[in-house]
Ligand binder design. Structure first.
Ligand code: PLP
Length: 452
C-alpha cells in the first residue's frame, strides 16, 4: 500500500476532495437508512449493527472502503439533532458553515499550546475571545471544551484567589458539574440553596451568605438544564455585592440570548459576575466543542500560567513569541475558535439573534399546543427554548415508559426532568428549521404512545 495522503500541504485539498464526496454520500445514504431522529431497535440492535459494520477493528490489511462503511454506519446509527423530532437535550444541530470551518481546523491541525504551532489561530483566538467576553462586560475569556470545563475552571480560579477553604454556594437547580468540580478541586462540600420554583431563591441565598463563614463562591444559572429557567441574576448580583462574595454565572445554555435584541435583557446581571460560562455548542449551533469562560479580572488568569521550556521558554517569550500555555489547563488544543469566528462573521449578530428568536418562538408554539390539548399538562410558559409537559393523569412510570418507547421505536427523542415532585417530558427546542407541523406531530406521537 502506498503512503496515505495528508490533509494539509499542497496536495491536501486534492486528496481530501474525493474523500469528502465519500463522506457526504455516506452521510446522505446513512440518513436515508435511518429514516428518523434515531435508529429503531434500542441499544442491543444498534450495537449489533455497529459491530457488523466494524468487523475487525485492526485488520492485518487495511480496507480502502472503511471511510464509507463506518461513516454510513455511524450516520445510520446516530441520533440526529437536525431532525425536528429530536429535542431531548442541549444537543444542537450544528450549522453547515461551522462544520465546514471545522474541517479546515482538522486539516491544518494548529495546536494552541505554542505560538510556533498556531501563529494565526492564536491571534484569532485572542480577537474572538475578547469580543465574546465584551458581550458580558468582561475583558478576557478562555476557550474550553464546554460547560463542564468552564465551571471547573471558574472554581479553580476562585480557589486560587480565595484559598482552599473556598465553599461553593449554588442552587439545587445548578448543573451537576459545579458540585463535581468542588469535589475534584478538594473544596469543602457545597452548600445547596433551595430553588423551589426551579430558580435559586434570593431570600434563602441571603440567609446563607449572612451565616456561612468565608470564603464563599456563589454560582447562579442562566438557563437551567432541566427547565431552561434563569435565576434572578440582578438580585443575586446585588446580594453578592452586599456580602462581598465572588459570583460565577453558568450561562452555558442562556448565553445565546446575548445575540438577540428581543431576549438579551433577560441576561441583565451577567455583567456583574466574576466569571461566566458560555457554551456555543448549545444555543450557538456549533459542532462540539465550543465552550468559553469569561473572566472579569484578567489577573485571575495568572493562576493558569505555566512554564514548559519546549513550549514557552523565557527567552522566546522575551523575544516576542506569544506565550499560549497559560490560556488553558490543556496542552495540545484544537482551534475550536475557527468555527466560532466563521459563524459570528457569516451570520452576524442579526443572523444569530434570529436563530435564537426562532427556537424561543418554537418553544412558545409548542407550549401553546400542549396548553390547548386536554390530554396534556404544561409545566409552565417557556423562558428559553425548553418545554416541560406530561400526559394528564399519567403516573411517573408511564411518563418514563413513553419516553423510552419513542426512543426504542426510533420515533422521537425527548428528555425527562423531575420538577415539583413529578416526572415531566422535556422538549429542548434547538432546531431553527423546525416547523409548527413538526411540533404538532411530536405531540401527536406522544399522545399515540401514551396508554389510556
Ligand atoms: C447549565 C449547564 N451547565 C453546564 C453544562 C455542561 O456543559 P457540557 O456538557 O458542554 O460540559 C450543561 C450541560 O447541559 C448545562 O446545561
Amino acid at each position: 500500500m502506498s503512503t496515505p495522503p495528508l490533509a494539509s500541504g499542497p496536495e491536501g485539498p486534492h486528496a481530501l476532495r474525493p474523500l469528502l464526496d465519500t463522506v457526504l454520500d455516506a452521510l446522505r445514504d446513512g440518513t436515508r437508512t435511518r429514516g428518523g431522529p434515531l435508529p429503531a431497535g434500542g441499544p442491543d440492535t444498534i450495537a449489533a449493527h455497529m459491530r457488523d459494520a466494524v468487523g475487525d477493528v485492526l485488520p492485518d490489511n487495511g480496507d480502502p472502503d472503511a471511510l464509507r462503511t463506518l461513516v454510513h454506519a455511524l450516520t445510520a446509527g446516530s441520533t440526529d439533532p437536525a431532525d425536528p423530532l429530536c429535542a431531548a437535550h442541549l444537543h444542537c444541530p450544528p450549522l453547515a458553515v461551522a462544520t465546514a470551518a471545522d474541517l479546515a481546523a482538522s486539516a491544518l491541525n494548529p495546536s494552541l499550546d505554542s505560538w510556533d504551532q498556531a501563529p494565526a489561530a492564536s491571534e484569532l483566538e485572542t480577537l474572538v475571545t475578547r469580543a465574546l467576553a465584551r458581550e458580558v462586560g468582561a475583558p478576557e475569556a478562555v476557550v474550553t471544551t464546554g460547560g463542564t470545563e468552564s465551571n471547573h475552571l471558574a472554581l479553580l480560579l476562585a480557589r486560587e484567589t480565595h484559598g482552599a477553604a473556598l465553599r461553593l454556594v449554588c442552587g439545587t437547580n445548578a448543573h451537576h458539574s459545579l458540585p463535581r468540580a468542588a469535589w475534584l478541586l478538594g473544596l469543602p462540600d457545597p452548600v445547596l440553596v433551595p430553588a423551589p420554583a426551579g430558580t435559586l431563591d434570593p431570600a434563602a441565598l441571603d440567609e446563607a451568605l449572612t451565616t456561612l463563614p468565608r470564603p464563599l463562591l456563589v454560582a447562579a444559572t442562566a438557563g437551567t438544564t432541566d427547565a431552561g429557567l434563569i435565576d434572578p441574576l440582578p438580585d443575586i448580583a446585588t446580594l453578592c455585592q452586599a456580602h462581598g462574595t465572588r459570583l460565577h454565572i453558568d450561562a452555558a445554555y442562556g448565553a445565546g440570548l446575548l445575540f438577540s435584541n428581543r431576549h438579551r435583557t433577560q441576561l441583565t446581571g451577567l455583567e456583574a459576575a466574576d466569571t461566566v460560562t458560555l457554551d456555543l455548542h448549545k444555543l450557538g449551533w456549533q459542532p462540539i466543542a465550543a465552550g468559553l469562560l469569561t473572566v472579569k479580572n484578567p489577573h485571575d488568569l495568572t493562576a493558569l500560567h505555566h512554564h514548559a521550556d519546549y513550549l514557552n521558554a523565557d527567552d522566546d517569550t522575551q523575544a516576542g513569541l506569544p506565550d499560549l500555555l497559560g490560556r488553558s489547563l490543556r496542552t495540545t488544543r484544537r482551534p475550536d475558535i475557527l468555527k466560532i469566528a466563521v459563524t459570528l462573521k457569516t451570520l452576524g449578530r442579526t443572523g444569530l439573534g434570529a436563530l435564537v428568536d426562532q427556537v424561543c418562538d418554537h418553544a412558545h408554539t409548542f407550549a401553546a399546543l400542549v396548553h390547548d390539548h386536554p390530554g396534556f399538562e404544561l409545566h409552565d410558559r417557556p423562558t428559553l427554548s425548553t418545554v416541560l409537559f406530561r400526559p394528564t393523569h399519567a403516573t411517573d412510570a408511564t411518563v418514563a415508559a413513553v419516553r423510552r418507547k419513542l426512543l426504542t421505536d426510533g420515533r422521537a427523542v425527548l428528555g425527562r426532568a423531575h420538577l415539583d415532585g413529578r416526572l415531566w417530558l422535556k422538549a429542548t427546542l434547538l432546531n431553527p428549521h423546525t416547523r409548527p407541523d413538526d411540533l404538532a406531530a411530536l405531540l401527536k406521537l406522544v399522545e399515540g404512545n401514551t396508554p389510556r
